[in-house]
Ligand binder design. Structure first.
Ligand code: HEC
Length: 153
């Protein structure tokens, strides 16, 4: 039976360790962390929980985490925190379409008009769900579907 001496074994282990690719993960890892945090803090525990499974809401949450959260992220953010009382006192009684239109034409504040209609639709779906509004079943495919949704306290 062939035996390796300790230094041969060490060399072999080093070789396999250096053969592994080191992929930098900090960037995307942070994004995913923010995303999960927002999902956990914004949706969990509400009646809308099952809506988090929706692909439009999930995509919107992702956009929110990367595009909107830097300004609207938390209580200490420099723009309004778009959830809870602050959100509902501004938007209850208005249509979801008005929220969509507001986002489409004025946000992100530093680059309005940079988001396509589908992306804004998704982020609107996310904000509505996060604020316990009920969306029509399936996924939103056109802004027209928002006309009949009046945001409720
Ligand atoms: C560069 C910072 C910045 C980014 C990025 C940004 N916003 Fe805003 N947003 C603001 C500021 C500041 C205000 C308040 C001033 C105003 O009304 O325009 C605001 C206001 C709003 C309002 C109205 C406030 C209210 O009381 O309801 C909504 C809705 C909104 N933003 C949604 C979004 C969404 C959704 C995104 C991501 C797609 C986004 N914003 C990205 C800075 C930002």
């Amino acid at each position: 039976m062939k035996t390796q001496n300790p230094s041969q074994r060490l060399r072999a282990e080093r070789k396999s360790a250096s053969g592994k690719r080191c992929v930098p993960t900090s960037g995307s890892g942070t994004g995913a962390g923010v995303f999960l945090f927002l999902l956990a803090s914004g949706i969990a525990g509400t009646a809308a929980f099952s809506q988090a499974e929706r692909s439009d809401v999930a995509a919107g949450a992702k956009t929110y985490a990367t595009v909107c959260a830097p300004c609207h992220g938390g209580a200490d953010s420099h723009a309004t925190n778009l959830s809870g009382e602050r959100f509902l006192s501004e938007w209850s009684g208005k249509s979801a379409r008005a929220l969509y239109a507001r986002i489409l034409s004025t946000m992100p504040q530093t680059d309005p008009g940079s988001l396509d209609t589908q992306t804004v639709l998704e982020v609107t779906a996310y904000l509505l769900t996060r604020n316990r509004q009920t969306l029509p079943e399936g996924t939103l495919t056109t802004a027209k579907q928002l006309d009949s949704i009046i945001i409720q306290k």
